[in-house]
Design a protein around this ligand. Structure first.
Ligand SMILES: Cc1ncc(COP(=O)(O)O)c(C=O)c1O
Length: 395
């Protein structure tokens, strides 16, 4: 029997990044020595004080439902931390705790988009934005950015993309997949343009603690009081604390917007996992000293990956300032490979011939590129770069 799915499934693609991670894992399970630069997650274990807090919550019987938007102590801690780092007062009513930052974004789009509403998505973009917008009945407006501008959206590009249907503009800094960190003045201008047109800035700040050069600035810190309601911030514990599997993220925004999102959450997941919320509470309130070491490791790994990639003729990369990804431009290699060669085929070839897993740039709306994650050991990076140099040399 053929099961006919809903029409809205027509344009929805499975997550390419998760697909590559899966293929690498399958090969590894067969005993193949695959080096994976595809994961979007830190390779460090979650710090023990956080794990212990979740264990203590389980031992204390914290195994029932929580209020839909999360436990009050966690919402308060998130609001206080946000006020401290973004300089804008917030309280519990401005916060929803969700099952990962991904779900906070999903709920946001479900809450605000009507059919045909447009969301401006600068490309390269994180894989889930366009499909989440489509699932909510909206239209993603993909705006290509340029390597010459470090892949940051420019005011001119924004102006050209805006229409009277623009409902939101996504600004993701530090960026996945480019590692770009938006400079303050640029962010200021983009934020002002967006909010004064009556649209939301969706500030995806999931990598805000992973900045190696420059500073992280939040659109929330830049906007004047009268337009604050137009900024929606997405954040969470996944990347900073290496807690991807805990599935705790949050949205910070206008209290009425949060109320709508709570309705959606109440009819979908009910609440983020209870004992994981206690772990997240400890993550926010506990020591952050481990991060200094992690960040210095990321910097060493980034530099090793950059020098390995840049030594391969025909491969060029920008210099990522945050997150843990390098976006490599492989257009020259593809043109050498002949007609029909694209980044997806190249990524397939690299896994087959180099036993190296990378994600094709077209997953992020930027064909002709590959995304490599350096959230893996220096040793893996050094071995992987040698393998890549060998196989690229044969192409
Ligand atoms: C830019 C960006 N936003 C959001 C997320 C989702 O994070 P979470 O694991 O908390 O759902 C990711 C994860 O890869 C990401 O890269």
């Amino acid at each position: 029997m053929v099961i006919r799915m809903a029409a809205r499934m027509g344009g929805i693609k499975p997550s390419v990044t998760l697909g590559v991670v899966q293929k690498a894992a399958e090969l590894r399970a067969k005993g193949v020595d695959v080096l994976s630069f595809s994961a979007g997650e830190p390779d460090f274990p979650t710090p023990p004080h956080i794990v212990n807090a979740a264990k203590a919550a389980l031992d204390a019987g914290r195994t029932q439902y929580t209020p839909v938007p999360g436990i009050a102590a966690l919402r308060r801690a998130i609001a206080q931390r946000s006020a401290a780092v973004r300089g804008v007062d917030a309280d519990e009513s401005n916060v929803i705790v969700s099952s990962g930052a991904k779900h906070a974004l999903y709920e946001f789009f479900q809450a605000v988009l009507d059919p045909g509403d447009e969301v401006i998505v600068p490309a390269p973009y994180w894989v889930s934005y366009p499909d989440q917008v489509r699932l909510a009945g909206g239209e993603p407006v993909i705006v290509p950015t340029s390597a010459d501008n470090a892949y940051c959206l420019t005011p001119k590009e924004l102006e050209m993309a805006m229409s009277d249907r623009t409902k939101a503009v996504i600004l993701n800094s530090p960026n996945n997949p480019t590692g770009a960190v938006y400079p303050r003045e640029l962010l200021d201008e983009l934020t002002r343009m967006t909010v004064s047109a009556g649209a939301f800035v969706v500030a995806d700040e999931i990598y805000r603690d992973l900045v190696y050069e420059g500073e992280h600035v939040s659109p929330l810190s830049l906007v004047d009081e009268q337009h604050r309601d137009r900024v929606f911030v997405v954040d969470g514990v996944s990347k900073t604390y290496s807690m991807t599997g805990w599935r705790i993220g949050w949205g910070i925004g206008n209290a009425d917007l949060i109320k709508s999102m709570i309705k959606i959450q109440g009819q979908s997941t009910s609440n983020a996992t209870t004992f994981a919320q206690y772990g997240a509470l400890e993550a926010i309130n506990g020591p952050l000293s481990f991060l200094t070491d992690w960040k210095s490791q990321y910097v060493m790994r980034r530099d090793a990956m950059l020098s390995g990639l840049e030594s391969i003729p025909g491969v060029t990369c920008g210099r990522p300032q945050g997150a843990f990804y390098v976006l490599a431009d492989v257009t020259q290699t593809l043109s050498r490979m002949g007609p029909g060669a694209d980044d997806v085929a190249l990524a397939g070839l690299l896994i087959d011939r180099a036993r190296v897993a990378v994600v094709p740039g077209s997953a992020f709306g930027v064909g002709g590129h590959l995304r490599l994650s350096y959230a893996t050991s220096l040793e893996n990076i050094e071995r992987g770069m040698k393998r890549l140099a060998r196989v690229f040399g044969e192409l």
